[in-house]
Design a protein around this ligand. Structure first.
Ligand code: ADP
Ligand code: MG
Length: 431
């Protein structure tokens, strides 16, 4: 998809009430934020709006709370049926248990710590509302001054959020004059706060989404060539859509990671105990044939680091791809492959990389991913990293600032690379 969407700079926001969907789904441990990266990344959009004198209403989800209760604490239909199916004397206890669980999740997944951090970063401009469409949020939104913000509570506490309930979307929209979506990580989901609200308000994107769609959009629509795609990670089935879409566009397609073994097996090699999807063998062969028909340079590993078991400290050795012994599993690409892949990456104009080359979380099986990261960093190519684990690997290895763009959305960036329409983006106004 190529998107050309209006941004916050294309719409008048001065004095307006602006509802901003952010991705404040930060990692928490015992109520303490362990990485504020997502909050920091959201600041440019928030600061722009505050500086322009907008009244900013911030919203986000956090985690996957048990959202059986709507704001009014009514059971959802399904839960109600479940409770009512129980013997009469057990119903009250079952209901209480569900209520307690929901209330527990309300503490666990509250956005309150995010509001505290936002205030540290923005200088006390943000108030926090303890509810979403409740009395607290309504009062705080009504009292908002220009250049100030309110963060309302986790939208997923309301079961209508993920169901994209029209009434919930309308209630959110009623807070504002303008809607801004800046939550790329949730843009592949048609939820009330990510897409539904756009039916009721002029809708534009913030800086984060704008960067994602311009960099990735350009790479896919009009790439500097040669265009090299590197795909790895665990499973072929996770990446079929990405392979299918990129095969149409790239000059070179590199396959590594756990995925490679399904391709070896399809070509008739033994893969020992490596990850292998038996039901995807035909598909793997189809992909190879398709690449050949399109004139795509298709590369799979020639050697591998194999281990006796799936364990960080497992005994391991180097073998060629056509020589994987029974009882051993491939957990990384070998040194010959690293060199071949690095050479292919060296001359690239554009590189799109999704999925580690091995179990890069473990030191003994990280060398392949590290070599590819180094090659991409040194290539001078426009480099785009999509996928949560790949982004984490690149950051951990210290190559993050050498990449053109590291996508902030795992699932969303994958769907973008698959060429799918993202509902949180297509709902925004075109330029
Ligand atoms: P991304 O999040 O970047 O899209 P994936 O989630 O598809 O990437 O894949 C990452 C996972 O794949 C990691 O947990 C990694 O350990 C695993 N992986 C990579 N290579 C192998 C392999 N050879 N065998 C088993 N798991 C692998
Ligand atoms: Mg992943």
């Amino acid at each position: 998809m190529t998107y050309n969407k209006k941004t916050i700079e294309d719409i008048d926001v001065a004095g307006k009430r602006v509802l901003v969907r952010c991705d404040f789904n930060v990692p928490l441990k015992d109520g303490v934020i362990t990485s504020d990266k997502r909050i920091v990344e959201a600041l440019p959009t928030i600061k722009y709006l505050l500086d322009k004198g907008a009244k900013v209403i911030l919203c986000s989800h956090m985690g996957k709370p048990h959202s059986i209760f709507t704001e009014g604490f009514g059971l959802t239909k399904k839960e109600k049926q479940k409770v009512e199916a129980l013997p009469a004397e057990e119903q009250a206890a079952a209901k209480a248990e569900l209520l307690e669980k929901a209330l527990g999740d309300k503490k666990k997944f509250t956005l309150k710590p995010v509001a505290v951090r936002l205030n540290e970063l923005l200088g006390d401009k943000v108030t926090f509302a303890e509810d979403i469409i409740g009395p607290d949020a309504k009062a705080k939104v009504a009292a908002l001054e220009a250049g100030k913000a309110v963060l309302i509570e986790n939208v997923r506490f309301d079961a209508r959020e993920t169901k994209n309930g029209a009434d919930f979307a309308k209630e959110l929209a009623d807070y504002a004059d303008v809607y801004v979506n800046d939550a790329f990580g949730s843009a592949h989901r048609a939820h009330a706060s990510t897409a539904g609200v756009a039916a009721y308000l002029p809708a534009v994107c913030g800086y984060l989404i704008q960067k994602e769609i311009s960099v990735m959009g350009k790479a896919l629509a009009d790439p500097a060539r040669p265009f090299v795609a590197i795909l790895g990670g665990a499973k072929v089935s996770d990446k079929i859509g990405v392979i299918n879409n990129l095969i149409e566009k790239v000059d070179t397609l590199i396959i590594g990671g756990g995925m490679a073994y399904t391709f070896f097996k399809a070509q008739g090699h033994d893969v020992g105990t490596s990850l292998c999807e038996e039901d995807k063998l035909d598909l793997a062969n189809e992909m190879v044939a398709k690449a050949k028909a399109k004139g795509v340079n298709f590369m799979i590993p020639v050697d591998n680091i194999v281990a006796t078991e799936y364990d960080e400290n497992a005994e391991h050795k180097l073998v060629n791809s056509d020589d994987i012994p029974a009882g051993w599993m491939g957990l990384d690409i070998g040194p010959k492959t690293r060199e071949i892949f690095a050479n292919a990456i060296k001359g690239a104009g554009t590189v799109v990389w999704n999925g580690p080359m091995g179990v890069s979380e473990w030191k003994n099986f990280a060398a392949g991913t590290e070599a590819v990261a180094a090659a991409v960093a040194e290539s001078g190519a426009i480099s785009i990293i999509g996928g949560g684990d790949s982004a984490a690997a690149v950051e951990k290895l210290g190559f993050a600032d050498k990449m053109t763009h590291i996508s902030t959305g795992g699932g969303a960036s994958l769907e973008f690379l698959e060429g799918k329409d993202l509902p949180g983006i297509s709902c925004l106004l075109d330029k």
